[in-house]
Design a protein around this ligand. Structure first.
Ligand SMILES: NC(=O)c1ccc[n+]([C@@H]2O[C@H](COP(=O)([O-])OP(=O)(O)OC[C@H]3O[C@@H](n4cnc5c(N)ncnc54)[C@H](OP(=O)(O)O)[C@@H]3O)[C@@H](O)[C@H]2O)c1
Length: 270
């Protein structure tokens, strides 16, 4: 893939997505960055232009948790005459707490963003890639997909979907010149945790405590994801402890994993 290709990154205004944008930019890609907050989009664009004066950056402010968000974004990109060579489905959020206590409208928005929009974008841009015989898709999964996860029940289930969908799609599309990678990060230092309702804490055993102790940097996660994408990896897992987690989840039954996870996650932060 040459250096003038276009990468579309959802949720590129912060966290892992922003670090991915920096990597694409350094390698000379044109970037289309789609995110919710105008100020974050302006700030990432300024940062990328400071890193490379001739950077080619288009930012689009859009709420990707709306029902037809994927179709709307695809139509916008086609109308601008842009061909997307690399699609990165990074935008996503989690909701922590007892499932029945989480406002259901928030849950529905999360399902739409994490699964429906991702699927629509894979379908629409994937069809274009397949027609051209080339392309790459990077989806962001999670170690939460390795087992059922009490207190992140619906979020973890969305990531089960993302991983299973991506792995099946990778196999189907490999025969058409399109590669699909799904990276599975563990806890990462981004605003994801505060958005999900996890408060940083020094209290031993609290979610905030484990999150703080176990977290990798967004830069390191993006490095593994980016390298995996370009190496044709199907499911890269950043970090040794996350690899151990994955190995454990292959041998320990789901019921036992759920129990272990409940012990780790049930103590409230504070
Ligand atoms: N951090 C972790 O521990 C962790 C672990 C495993 C997987 N992940 C996954 O990694 C991905 C990136 O998360 P992150 O950790 O980098 O967190 P983050 O900093 O909160 O980034 C999430 C991005 O998604 C965007 N976004 C959220 N809701 C949106 C909406 N309705 N429409 C458009 N864009 C929206 C955000 O945009 P704005 O900033 O403009 O709101 C932000 O750029 C997510 O899919 C997450 O599930 C995170």
């Amino acid at each position: 893939m040459n250096k003038t290709n276009t990468a579309l990154v959802t949720g590129g205004g912060s966290g892992i997505g922003r670090e991915l944008c920096r990597r694409f930019n350094r390698d000379g890609y044109r970037l289309v960055i789609v995110s919710l907050l105008e100020d974050e989009l302006a700030s990432v664009k300024a940062e990328l232009l400071a890193e490379r004066a001739d950077a080619d950056i288009l930012t689009i402010q859009q709420d990707l948790s709306l029902v037809d968000a994927g179709e709307t974004l695809y139509a916008d990109i086609k109308q601008r005459g842009i061909h997307v060579d690399v699609l990165v489905n990074n935008a996503g959020f989690g909701l922590w707490g007892e499932h029945l206590g989480i406002p259901h409208e928030r849950v529905k928005s999360m399902l739409l963003l994490n699964m429906v929009t991702l699927t629509t974008l894979c379908t629409k841009f994937g069809a274009d890639m397949q027609a051209g015989g080339a392309g790459r898709i990077l989806n962001i999964g999670s170690t939460t997909s390795f087992q059922p996860l009490p207190y992140l029940a619906a979020y973890a289930a969305t990531k089960h979907y993302v991983v299973a969908f991506s792995e099946a799609l990778a196999e189907e599309m490999s025969h058409h010149g399109v590669q699909v990678t799904c990276v599975c990060p563990g806890t990462t230092q981004t605003k994801f945790l505060s958005t999900a309702g996890v408060v940083p804490s020094q209290k031993f055993g609290s979610v905030g405590y484990w999150a703080d102790k176990a977290a990798m940097s967004a830069e390191e996660v993006a490095r593994v994801a980016y390298q995996g994408l370009h190496a044709g990896a199907r499911k890269p897992i950043p970090g040794f402890s996350n690899l151990l987690h994955f190995a454990g989840s292959r041998v320990v039954p789901n019921r036992s994993m759920s129990w272990i996870m409940r012990q780790l996650y049930q103590v409230k932060a504070g």
